[in-house]
Write a protein that binds this ligand. Sequence first.
Ligand code: SAH
Length: 399
Amino acid sequence: MQLASLKLNPRADTRIRAGHMWIYSNEVDNKVSPLKTFEPGEQVVVVSADGKEMGVAIVSPQALICARMISRSSKATLSKSLIKNRLQSALQLREQHYADQSYRLCFGDSDGLPGLVVDRFSDTLVIQISNPAMELAKEQIIAALDQLINPTTIVLKNDGKMRPVEGLPVYVDVVKGELNDGFARFTENGVKFDAPVLKGQKTGWFYDHRDSRNHLKRYVEGKRVLDVFSYIGGWGVQAAAFGADEVVCLDSSAFALECVMRNAKLNQVEDRVSTLQADAFDGLKALTESKEKFDVVVLDPPALIARRKDIKVGERAYQKLNQLALRLVETNGVLVTASCSMHLERNRLVNIVQAGARQVDRTVQLLEQGHQALDHPIHPAIAETEYIKCLFARSIKSW
Ligand code: SAH
């Protein structure tokens, strides 16, 4: 395949040479290689201003990140064999660490396949594609996954919010096999779940906190637990399965809470799990007013800071939530507080918990710090691939 060249402006090659994989639209020499002359998803040879070939990239002509490197070799193309090799390497990592055949199998840029996410739920694979080159390679991706794993079911959950930005259609399609009423069964940390892979959020599940959830075991036996922003019970149902006496899952979505009870039943812990449908801010306030206390409060909200310019407002929301949650923690209890906003720095979250403790006249001790699980590896040159923070903070009487 003869590829066209994408010429960079002077010095725009420095970051790429240092290991980054993204090219921004203002880094392209638009006189020599105007972006509008490329097809969405076209593969190009990236050339520095002084004429050196830097490798192959895939192009999204109308996006701010207009090209993503897929190889440092100018001869590589996004072929089935390249896709299969990268997926094989990704699979090897996950198989080495997780015996349950359930994990994020492919994490985009970090696994060398920008714009491709694959979550594995035992025999079901859920694929999310977010750029035009991966969309064009859809059949090769499916074929490669079939050869590596031979799953019974493959779902294309192509309804992410980046798709319209990339000019891609929004759709959800079961491309292989069937799904039992829209759910896929799997286990995490030995606990069974049904993920709503057709109607749920993202792929239907968030594997990124799996290792931190496993650490709940240390804290919940015989205890009363509150799981705020519970979604379908990732933390709460595991807490019950790990021996909590009572678990309350709070979420604003009735559907998510129906799934909580479905998952509680699956593990025969439904008599110890209940749900509370409410806005988190209102629900936490109401629980405080009725003088409820919990030994463990989990606070794992959606990303409250989507963009850099939202940092101030978002940090205030994290502050408010953490303060409200700390009010509900028993003396000597534990707040498990998380953030999936890449724009919230870990130190800021520590500061927020510390400030929240002062506001409710408590002292906190940080016991553990959790990170994204290793099925979400971090690309060291791409800061955006690191986003999960989790703190286990013991709340004690103020000194
Ligand atoms: N903790 C979950 C992931 C949270 S996903 C897990 O470990 O899997 C975000 C959840 O927050 C969704 O279920 C969504 O319905 C809920 N949510 C979003 N805004 C909310 C709000 N203001 N109050 C309560 N729940 C909210």
